[in-house]
Design a protein around this ligand. Structure first.
Ligand code: NDP
Ligand code: MG
Length: 385
């Protein structure tokens, strides 16, 4: 039996992961499941999978969680420290699927188990790519990307020599505002932005897809995971979301990964790696697929991609600052305090804020420094709102 933990179990990735586990329950023993506000679902999951411990991120919800687990014998805990502690409990396979930089501590703890770290939380790579990968290497942990593009790239590189790599081509659906003018985008609401045309995902990543901040984070994520130069990473808009990404080799051969846009594809790959196993996602039918198309992203309309490249060229803590500024700006957009286009504006101003210069430029990464950079960036964004 394989021991597993899922951090962010109540979210979109977490529930899709449990959907796969549920189909073969006898093969897994569940150690820890974490959530935040959705206590009823967390308790239901913990009972169904007989978890050792369930943890909510919210200390004020601990008594609700305890009540919901009464009589089950399942441990209940609450708070960020409790999540980090639960993530140190040894497992063969750990899913990091909390949303935002709040997931970094769980990723870092899971990296120390010597098993498999299934990484959905791209923010961990953006904020602390060097640290996280060094920790995986030091502990013999295999990091498997779950972000669909990075899972696609990983699969397209199977058995290939990294020396032969020419380009990574990340596909982007373009989101709901692909054909909007800048003027039209100025007035869009969070309710419009959350409606992703192809993927069914959590609220925050859906809005990030609409602004292309999600793709921007993914460019930084790819740079760390695949240890390539930023210039080797390209983004193409592919609205049908059938090609999940492509790798070009020096002989100009391109290997593309294709499939239905369903996250259980990438999650299932990480769950069964290095083998393949049947998966409940819809098979592709080329006869009814129709045409697929590709176009360059409009970096004028979507400045997030340019900002990510600038963060990469700054190095140091710029990734953590970029991500934290984006998270704080996204909070403000969701709360309707700022407009859609203000998000990129705030991120850019924060990245170049003189107050952050000494923090941004530090080459050496420690977790404490990353959290300090994150906090400073959020404070600067909030001061501007
Ligand atoms: P969701 O918003 O659907 O779920 C987030 C999970 O994290 C929930 O379990 C939520 O609990 C919990 N959570 C929220 N805030 C905190 C916090 N401060 N501390 C601890 N836990 C918290 O997100 P997704 O599943 O969409 O995304 C998860 C991660 O995976 C993100 O990093 C995202 O970028 C990445 N990803 C997601 C994809 C997708 O298809 N959804 C695709 C590729 C990557 P609760 O719901 O109980 O409040
Ligand atoms: Mg993705």
């Amino acid at each position: 039996m394989r021991s597993i933990s899922i951090f962010g179990a109540t979210g979109s990735i977490g529930t899709n992961t449990l959907d796969l586990i549920r189909r073969d329950k006898g093969a897994y023993s569940v150690v820890a499941l974490s959530g935040a506000g959705n206590i009823a679902l967390l308790a239901e999951q913990a009972r169904e999978f007989n978890a050792e411990i369930a943890i909510t991120a919210l200390p004020e919800r601990l008594s609700d969680l305890r009540d919901a687990l009464a009589g089950s014998g399942i441990e209940a805990a609450a708070g960020a420290d409790a999540i980090a502690e639960a993530a140190t409990r040894k497992v063969d396979w750990g899913m990091s699927a909390i949303v935002g930089a709040a997931g970094l501590r769980a990723s870092m703890a899971l990296a120390q188990h010597g098993g498999i770290l299934a990484l959905a939380n791209k923010e961990s790579m953006v904020c602390a790519g060097d640290l996280l990968l060094a920790s995986c290497a030091a502990h013999g942990t295999t990091m498997l990307p779950v972000d669909s593009e990075h899972s696609a790239l990983f699969q397209a590189m199977n058995g290939e020599d990294a020396k032969g790599l020419r380009r990574l081509i990340l596909t982007a659906s373009g989101g709901p505002f692909k054909d909007f003018t800048t003027e039209q985008m100025r007035g869009v609401t969070p309710e419009q932005a959350v409606k992703h045309p192809k993927w069914n995902m959590g609220q925050r990543i859906s809005i990030d897809s609409a602004s292309m901040f999600n793709k921007a984070l993914e460019v930084i994520e790819a740079k760390y995971i695949f240890a390539c130069a930023p210039e080797q990473i390209e983004v193409v808009v592919h609205p049908q979301a059938i090609v999940h990404s492509m790798v070009e080799y020096i002989d100009h051969t391109i290997i593309a990964h294709m499939g239905s846009p369903d996250m259980r594809g990438a999650i299932g790959y990480a769950l069964h790696w290095p083998e393949r196993a049947p998966n409940p996602i819809a098979p592709l039918d080329f006869a009814t697929l129709g045409s697929i198309s590709f176009a360059s992203p409009d970096e004028e309309k979507f400045p997030a991609l340019r900002l990510a490249r600038e963060a990469l060229s700054m190095g140091g803590h710029a990734g953590a600052i970029f991500n934290a500024a984006k998270e704080a700006a996204l909070d403000a957009f969701i709360a309707k305090k700022i407009g859609f286009l203000d998000m990129a504006d705030l991120v850019e101003k924060t990245m170049y804020d003189a107050q952050l210069e000494p923090i941004r430029d530090q080459a050496q990464q420690t977790l404490a420094q990353i959290f300090a950079a994150d906090a400073e960036a959020r404070a600067l964004v909030n001061a501007r709102i």
